[in-house]
Design a protein around this ligand. Structure first.
Ligand SMILES: Nc1ncnc2c1ncn2[C@@H]1O[C@H](COP(=O)(O)OP(=O)(O)OP(=O)(O)O)[C@@H](O)[C@H]1O
Length: 574
């Protein structure tokens, strides 16, 4: 009888259908009561030898059975619909939240665990709200009428029935806390196993190359064992819970029946009353037995509820309070003004007062040693984080003044971590612009230098490229991601190590094509290979300490003989 606030909150999204499902369940239970009364009358008539009223009584019993069949079917349909609405709504809400929390959140949660919560946990919520909750509400009310009837007919039977009923309902509540703890432990073990399996599958090429498959197998076996032990521990408490309910139900029924029989033997009530007491005693306990059965389907939801609440209320992400929206247009000026930033939980600032301007419609390169803060600048431009100080401005307006959706639509990013989905080449490209024509797809692919290779695939643009584009080379994946960003037709194009997996010769050609294709847009190019950015209109050099060391073009920076010259020299030597 566990009522978890997170699950009740989820249930509110389908309040009406759930109330209807509960009403139908109550009506179904009433047919059982009616049937019990009718059967008692039938048995009473048979016992008294007066069979004249028997046919209409038997017809009424059949009608009750038929009505119950219809009501049960209707109830299941409504309950399944309500559960499905809750499930879909909850998954959608969690996905929106995950989209908002951004990279900060993604570093401290594991994808496999989130997947388990989103898929299996939410399935458990469905079972809880569509099966357990209606039965719980019915159980709160429906045992009362037969209990009152039995008490009126045979007070002694009522006197033993009432405590047995209370015992069946409330004794297992002593175990609720333990049940909840065991459920959480089981769910934690399940999430950990799901996360480990997902990671092992995704990292299989690396594990094979390292000869570490055996180690991972051992770890997974240990995790499976932990899950098994958690499952057994959970079942043990759950079975004690069910056992107590069953004991109270059986004991109560037997005691009430014995009292009724003793009373009948002593010649007190009429035969029909005795039958009524016997049959209504069983009906008294029916909702309790049904609740105990539904509990097992809802238990998974209770176990996953805390994880769902944690995902739903996860902190992180930036407030979406801006109001500016920008349509397609020329590339804006981007300005970083004394920007400072420290990642949460780290004592060391990643950026210490960075100021520079990327002129509108031009290409600005950001270079510097590894860890200098180049990708952090891109993250701040996209508002994955808020700066600790200073401002990031697009055409003079702070990025926070734009709505998040509009800001991110204005900026197409190709990062070193491209993501391609298990779908066709064309559909992967159309993620950026669902209404793009075939001609536009080809133009973008040509500009990114990948068109000919797409045509060489078995089905051209209709080829399914596997999970994360696994059937493509690293360079092809990056160029496909470039084509996707070009197709987005955003006024700002950010290339964060976007061509690192492409060979140098091809890289020069791609960058040339990109600059041509991106004409009119503001381009920010983060690169290690300086040869690919030497033609940039402006080059910003970050030192290894999160500060701007110099700004200029290739020739001026070489002449200044600072860090840029040293980086170029090191690149050439390599
Ligand atoms: N999510 C994070 N949490 C904590 N620290 C981080 C995080 N991401 C980056 N850092 C730290 O911030 C600093 C700047 O990182 P950033 O990724 O911006 O450097 P970068 O110049 O892009 O490096 P690279 O050229 O190697 O990609 C580094 O010291 C890095 O360790």
């Amino acid at each position: 009888m566990m009522l978890h606030p997170e699950l009740l909150r989820a249930a509110r999204t389908a309040r009406r259908p759930l109330l209807l499902a509960t009403a139908l369940l109550a009506a179904t239970a009433c047919t059982h009561l009616l049937q019990a009364v009718l059967l008692a009358l039938v048995l009473g008539a048979v016992a008294s030898g007066d069979l004249t009223g028997l046919p209409p009584l038997l017809a009424a019993v059949l009608a009750a059975v038929a009505a119950r069949a219809l009501l049960t079917r209707w109830q299941r349909r409504v309950a399944v619909g309500a559960g499905s609405a809750v499930r879909v709504g909850l998954r959608d809400e969690l996905l929106v939240r995950l989209g908002r929390t951004g990279p900060a959140r993604h570093t401290d949660v594991r994808s496999g665990a989130v997947r388990a919560t989103l898929v299996d946990g939410v399935e458990g919520v469905d079972a809880y709200v569509s099966r357990y909750l209606p039965q719980f509400l019915v159980t709160c009310v429906l045992p009362l009428p037969p209990l009152v009837a039995v008490t009126v007919l045979e007070p002694w039977a009522g006197a033993v029935l009432a405590p047995a009923l209370l015992l069946a309902l409330f004794a297992p509540r002593w175990w609720d806390r333990l049940l909840a703890r065991r459920g959480e432990r089981h769910w934690g073990a399940y999430e950990a196993l799901a996360a480990d399996y997902l990671e092992a599958l995704q990292g299989m090429p690396a594990l094979r190359a390292l000869g570490a498959v055996g180690q991972v197998r051992a770890r997974l076996a240990e995790r499976s064992d932990t899950l098994h032990r958690a499952t057994v521990a959970k079942l043990r408490v759950s079975l004690v819970d069910t056992g107590i309910t069953d004991l109270a139900v059986q004991g109560g029924t037997v005691a009430a029946v014995l009292v009724a029989c003793w009373s009948a033997a002593a010649g007190h009530p009429a035969a029909t009353s005795t039958y009524l007491v016997l049959l209504l005693t069983a009906e008294c306990f029916r909702p309790v037995r049904d609740l105990s059965r539904e509990w097992h389907s809802g238990y998974l939801g209770v176990s996953a509820a805390d994880g769902i609440a944690a995902l739903r209320t996860a902190p992180g992400g930036v407030p979406d309070t801006g109001h500016l929206t920008a349509g397609p247009g020329q590339g804006p000026e981007i300005r970083f003004d004394d920007v400072r930033f420290t990642y949460p939980g780290t004592g060391r600032p990643a950026l210490r007062g960075v100021s520079f301007t990327a002129p509108a419609g031009r290409t600005t390169a950001i270079v510097g040693p590894s860890g200098a803060g180049k990708s952090t600048l891109v993250g701040l431009l996209l508002r994955h984080h808020e700066p600790g100080g200073g401002r990031v401005l697009l055409d003079g307006a702070e990025v926070g003044a734009h709505t998040l959706g509009s800001l991110r639509r204005q900026i197409a990013v190709v990062s070193q971590h491209t993501y391609l989905f298990h779908d066709t080449v064309a559909e992967n490209l159309r993620l950026a612009r669902p209404d793009a024509t075939d001609g536009e797809l080809r133009a973008a692919a040509r500009a990114a230098g990948v068109h000919d290779e797409i045509l060489a695939l078995s089905d051209g643009y209709a080829t399914v490229i596997g999970e994360r584009g696994s059937t493509l080379s690293g360079g092809q994946r990056q160029r496909l991601a470039l084509a996707r960003a070009l197709l987005a037709d955003a006024p700002v194009l950010v290339l964060d190590e976007a061509t690192s997996a492409v060979d140098e010769h091809r890289e020069a050609g791609i960058v040339r094509e990109l600059v041509r294709a991106a004409r009119g847009r503001t381009c920010l190019v983060v690169a290690h290979r300086l040869a690919s950015v030497r033609h940039a209109d402006r080059i910003v050099v970050l030192d290894g300490d999160g500060r701007v060391e110099a700004v200029g073009d290739h020739t001026a920076l070489l002449a200044a003989d600072g860090m840029y010259a040293r980086l170029v020299e090191a690149g050439e030597a390599a």
